[in-house]
Structure formats: C-alpha cells, structure tokens
Design a protein around this ligand. Sequence first.
Ligand code: BG6
Length: 498
Amino acid sequence: MDESFVFLIFGATGDLSQRKLIPAIYNLYRKNMLPMPFNLLAIGRRDIEDKDFRNQVKTSLLSKDYDEKTIDEFILRIDYFKMDLVHCINYDDLKQFLKVKYDTSNYLYYFAISPELYCSTAKRLNASDLNDEEDGFKRVIIEKPFGHDLESAIELNKNLHKYFNEKQLFRIDHYLGKETVQNILVARFANGIFEPLWNRNYIEYVEITSAESLSVGTRAGYYDKAGALRDMVQNHLLQVLALISMEPPINTSSKALRDEMVKVFQSLRPIKKEDVPKLVVRGQYVNSIYEGKEVLGYREEKNIPKDSKTETYVALKCYIDNWRWSNVPFYIKTGKALATSVTEVVIHYKVNPHSIFRNNEEISSEHNQLVIRIQPDAGFLMTFQMKVPGAGFKVQPVKMDFHYSSLQETDIPEAYERLIYDCLIDDPTLYQRSDAIELTWNFVQPILDAWKEDESIALYGYPARSWGPRYIENLLAEENHPWRFPCKDLSDGRYCEL
Ligand code: BG6
C-alpha cells in the first residue's frame, strides 16, 4: 500500500479510540505498515489543544511500555479538530481544514460514535462531498452495534447506502480480526485430519462460550439497552459459529468467504417465539461474596435501573439445517460477571459405538473433545483416552495441547490493528456484509420479541462470579450433553429467580 491517507476518528476522545483505535494505528505505524505521510485527525466535541491531545495519547501509549522516541514521532502526526456532531450540520469547515492541511484526498473515516449519529454523520459527509471518490478513496468503518433490531439494521443499511456505496462501507466486528478466530479456518482447511470428521456423523454437539469475569463497569448507558444477546450473540458469537460450521470456500477471496458465512446464517433454524423458553435461558447477576469481598449485583450498579430486566447472561441451543450439521446442537453461551474470562469453542465428538473396555469401573468412552481456545492463552487442545499404566485395561482421558505462546517471537496483532490495515488495503474479507448483518438480526429477533412480549419468561438470577444460572439445565434436558467448565465454579451456590 503506497497511497498516503488521513485517518479521521469521529469520537476520538471516547473510550474505544483511546483504548483500541489509537494504539492499533500506532502499532501499524511502529511496524512501518502505514504509507507515508500518514496523518490522524482526531475529531471530538471537547475543547482541546492539539498539544494536549497529543500528550494524552503519549501518556496512554507509554503506559503500555512502548518506546518513547517512536511515540514522539507518532504524536506529531496527530491533529485535533473540535466538532460537535450532534449540532454541527455543515461539514464545510472540516472539508476546508482537510484541504489546507493535508496533501492527500484519501480519507478513512472511523465512526467511533453513538450509533444514533451514524446516519446524520454519513449524510453530512455526503452534503459536503466528503464521500466523493473522484480525487481519492473515502471509506467508512462503522462500529457495532449495527442496529438495535432487525428493522433498525435494515433501515441503517438503507440510509447508509444513500450516501456511500457498499464498497466504501466496512462494518467492523472485532472478533473477526482476532488471530485465533481466523485460525479456525486454517485449522479446518489446511489440515487433513479434522475436516473428514467435521460433520454430523462424528460430532455430537458444539459449545461456543464467551465468559467475562468483568461486570458491566462504566457502560451502563449502552449495556442496559442492549443486553448480552445483542451485545455478544448477534455479532461476535454468530461469526464464530459461522467459521466453525461453514463449508470450505473455494479460496480466501472476500466474496468466497463471506458467501459461505452467509449460507450458514441462512441455514440457522429459526427459534420460534413459543420455543424461546425451551431453547434460550437468560440471566442477570445478583450480588455475591467472592473471595471474601462483596460483588455488586447488576441492579445495584451505577446508572442501572433498580428494576432492569436486561439479561447479562444468555445461553441458547440452535441448529444449522443443512446436510453437514443436520440435528447437531450448537450451544452458545455468554455472560458478564462469570467465574472467569474465557472464550472457546468445544467440539464434542461422538463416543465409540461399542466400548470393549466397558467392564472396567472407569468410564471408558468419554466424548473426545477438541477445544479451540480463543482467549486467553490461545491455542488448541485435544482430549482423548489412554491406558493407565499397569495391569488390566484401565482407561483415562489425557490432553494434547498447543499454545500460541509457545511460538516464540511471534507478535500477535490486536484485532483492530489487523482490521484497520485490511480496510486500508481495501480488503473487506473480515468485515461484515449488509446481508450477513440482517440475517443475524433475523435469527435473534424472535428471541427479543418473545422476551419483550411475554413477561412470564424467566430471568434467572445468578451470583456474580459464578458460572451463570443453574437453569441452563433446561437446555440440556433432552440430551445428555455436559458442558465444559474451563475453571471451577467459585460461586457461593445461591441461585434465585428474579
Ligand atoms: C464488545 C462488547 O463488543 O466485546 C463487550 O460490547 C465485550 O461487552 C467485548 O466485553 C468482548 O470483547 P473481547 O475482545 O474482550 O472478547
């Protein structure tokens, strides 16, 4: 990539920009992956001098142990532009500033702003011709949440398409930028040993778990309107499900890959509203004592309504109705304030049809498991049975594992780093297409509707820092499908119904 460009961050003083975006672009700069000259225009509504903003960035980058000389060079490439996106309806000043200040007309806009402002910002960029690609590229990266439900997602796509064409729009889902998530494809399609067994004949069920030990923190305003289903399932975890279950694409081109992912979303068996209580469990954390200290319940957190019914935990069972996966259950579960932080996929293989060791007291035919650990300590782990040394044929499960950390001197790029770079080289493969977004909303919509319309659907309390509601057993009732708990349940054992 040799074209210089300006990286414009709308919402530059916000949390996402400070924690993720600026460090990501800094990393690209430090690794000489950006064309020169490169400039970053930080747009925010606060009144800040260039030098103060640069110093803020410097302090935050230094806290991550980066080298000061490179940071000093980097921050000189940052300018700050004050603009209140709610009230400013004319972007001609911005246009003039860009024209005078920089030698390039290639602009990459990052919308790290409140979703209510996506449309108006796009509209105003259009009104000032700042979307016009005649003299250079104009691309927009749009953060999640992309819509609040199916209808709003369709509306948002429709509106954005009035001002930017699909090729200019990059809808980000940072899970697709994670090295270990992409590695699912390599593990499946670059090895001969997994794919032949990757289907209903050999796989009994699949678990996709994303547990977070952190509570809602400072994000009450956003989270209470979203909840776990919108925040994690509609986007991140369905993307993981698609990579796990898709057919092999003919190559890694963005069209081939995204077409296959879309086919998975098209094949998801819709969960009917009346089946929601049976197939979906929702929960909310309540206060608990963890390691001797009190942990607040969700409703006691700052800015959360005392009667909030927002789910901080969701577990669901779904099916992919196609030839490969017919009747194989996929369990997706995620929550905040859980026992530990871990994201992983577990493939549970079928047990042997007949166990010749069954006369032994030990269980001799457990499910073999392939654990794809996305974070932390990313890697792959296989469990299988081996003989216990000594007399007879006692069998015990053992593990074979690979950890990314054992690849020495490997710099694993942060998700945002990879995704911003891909946008610069105009590669949308790891970004979401509008049809995929609408299909994933289409899948979760009946669940949202059922929860809204039927007050009697339970919202289960679970003690903060436990493994979630005990009532997940509802999902497992029909089959004997134990879940893998990556660490011991440290809860105090209290469960209740809210
Ligand atoms: C974000 C959600 O998209 O992803 C957060 O809004 C969640 O609630 C986060 O904590 C999880 O991302 P990661 O990379 O920490 O797994």
